[in-house]
Design a protein around this ligand. Structure first.
Ligand code: ADP
Ligand code: MG
Length: 475
């Protein structure tokens, strides 16, 4: 018969059943994604808090492959970051959609999913928990827990835990997971990921120890670090009805005027007053009255006006943390040994109430291997993006650049770096591999590439003139 059977699953079960959504589509991607999620968390725990990162990645084969299944690897990532408080350790690693990054701040993580996707994958392929060892700076203890996820309930299960006295000043986290993977296939991607992380974060010290016992060491090239991102309040252009409703529920403000001034970024007394006159709401009413059913029309009018009013300042961008021209040039020089390099940090812009900054760097000539297409290095909030290149807005922009106009000849000895820093990167999927074609973003990326390419054209034409002059002297 045609009767439907209805049931409900937890968010943990959902991601356990749909691992490819989080980037775990096959043993190669899964191993790569495991490394990536752990490294992202390690870097968020360091440079976002003003700590010069030291990140060590160890990958070890623990069981060889057999006819039934791929090989199993232990992936351990150690950082010298802020550590995880013991009180939230189990949830941070064992409850899907639990995060310290659900705030308006530029971070690598944003979904509260990454490390739990690793745990789900490891648990469902090898049955093993994740091991977390962590200590905070001011703590006298090092805590450890072996954590699994109760998939039906989306709750952490601590299989084992304990604490040790801390005898040194160490702080940071070591997270280790045992996962199925295909190291041979994943190896080039993982090495490239670490290499690109070293380009975008030349202030980090990075180690990768492979199952063969090879050590890839990227020393710190500078102690200069971009200033850490800061948390901002919501921008009025980026809110919606439900968000304003929940802000109204939690606000301490006693008047609507104060509500606007206290809960949003960039609204001062004058702007708030003018804005309320424009909407036709009284500034001194208790803001919570807007939560009443009969005031729904007023609430809707308020939210529509918040989203569209032209009199607000643009979203705060000084809280973002771009890399900066100097560090990009340093990173590119170190990796490519080019003949010419230049980077630009574009002025901040916004889309849908979210601020963003585009940075572009170009390396040209020298030791860059000639290629049919320019090398594209994509980054979002300091994360290298390696997969889904052709899906990405930067790829679309880059393929439409006419390099001949800038004097660059084929085959290309050209690497183009694009970094998007934002409190909300518009990724296409939760695996965070490609960025959507937001018009504001697209045009900034194009402007950035054009700006650097113009300098390159000047360099190339000057060089050509000089060579011509030399030839004349010789002949
Ligand atoms: P997200 O990174 O998107 O927040 P994750 O599931 O990857 O989601 O991580 C959940 C939370 O666990 C993080 O928000 C962070 O607070 C904490 N965390 C994970 N790894 C580390 C680490 N190495 N150091 C400090 N905190 C960590
Ligand atoms: Mg994360």
């Amino acid at each position: 018969n045609a009767k439907e059977k209805f049931s409900e699953i937890s968010v943990a079960e959902f991601f356990s059943k749909n691992k490819e959504l989080a980037g775990f589509s096959n043993p190669t991607r899964a191993l790569y994604q495991t490394v990536r999620e752990l490294v992202e968390n390690a870097l968020d725990a360091t440079d976002s808090h003003g700590i010069l990162p030291e990140v060590k990645i160890y990958i070890k084969e623990v069981e060889p492959e057999n006819e039934e299944r791929p090989a199993r690897y232990e992936v351990s990532v150690e950082d010298n970051g802020i550590g995880v408080p013991k009180t939230v350790m189990a949830q941070a690693f064992g409850k899907v959609l639990f995060s310290s990054k659900y705030v308006i701040r530029q971070t690598r993580g944003m979904y509260g999913l990454g490390v739990k996707a690793v745990v789900l994958y490891s648990q469902t392929t090898t049955g093993r928990p994740i091991t977390v060892v962590s200590s905070q700076e001011d703590s006298n203890f090092v805590y450890y827990q072996n954590i699994k996820i109760d998939i039906k309930k989306n709750e952490p299960m601590v299989v084992e835990d304990g604490q040790l006295d801390k005898r040194s000043s160490w702080h940071g986290t070591i997270a280790s997971a045992i996962v199925e993977g295909d190291w041979t296939r994943a190896k080039p991607k993982i090495i490239e990921y670490v290499r690109r992380t070293a380009i975008i974060a030349p202030y980090a010290e990075l180690w990768l120890v492979t199952p063969e016992g090879e050590i890839y060491f990227f020393p710190r090239a500078t102690k200069k670090m971009p200033k850490p991102p800061r948390e901002a309040k919501p921008h009025p252009h980026g809110v919606d009805l439900e968000q304003v409703r929940s802000m109204l529920m939690s606000t301490q403000a006693e008047t609507l005027l104060d509500f606007l001034k206290e809960e949003f970024q960039g609204i001062g007394d004058k702007t708030a007053t003018e804005f309320l006159r424009h909407v036709g709401l009284k500034p001194d009413i208790n803001p919570k009255t807007l939560l009443k059913k009969e005031k729904l029309k007023d609430l809707e009018a308020l939210v529509t006006a918040l989203r569209n009013y032209r009199g607000f300042k643009g979203p705060r961008s000084d809280y973002l943390s771009p890399i900066g021209e100097e560090l990009i040039e340093l990173g590119l020089t170190r990796m490519f040994k080019p003949e010419w390099v230049k980077a630009v940090t574009r002025p901040a812009r916004a889309y849908q109430g979210h601020p963003f900054i585009v940075e572009v760097g170009i390396a040209y000539g020298g030791a860059i291997q000639p290629q049919e297409e320019p090398i594209l290095l994509r980054f979002a909030n300091k994360i290298p993006l390696l997969y889904e290149e052709k899906e990405d807005v930067s790829y679309k922009v880059l393929t439409n650049i006419d390099w001949g106009r800038y004097g660059v000849q084929e085959p290309y000895q050209l690497a183009v770096l694009v970094h998007v820093a934002s409190t909300k990167v518009p990724y296409k999927g939760v695996g965070k591999e490609s960025i959507s074609e937001i018009p504001e973003l697209e045009s900034e990326i194009r402007n950035g590439i054009h700006e650097v390419a113009r300098s390159l054209r000047i360099y190339i034409s000057r060089k050509a003139r000089e060579e011509l002059a030399k030839e004349k002297i010789v002949s």
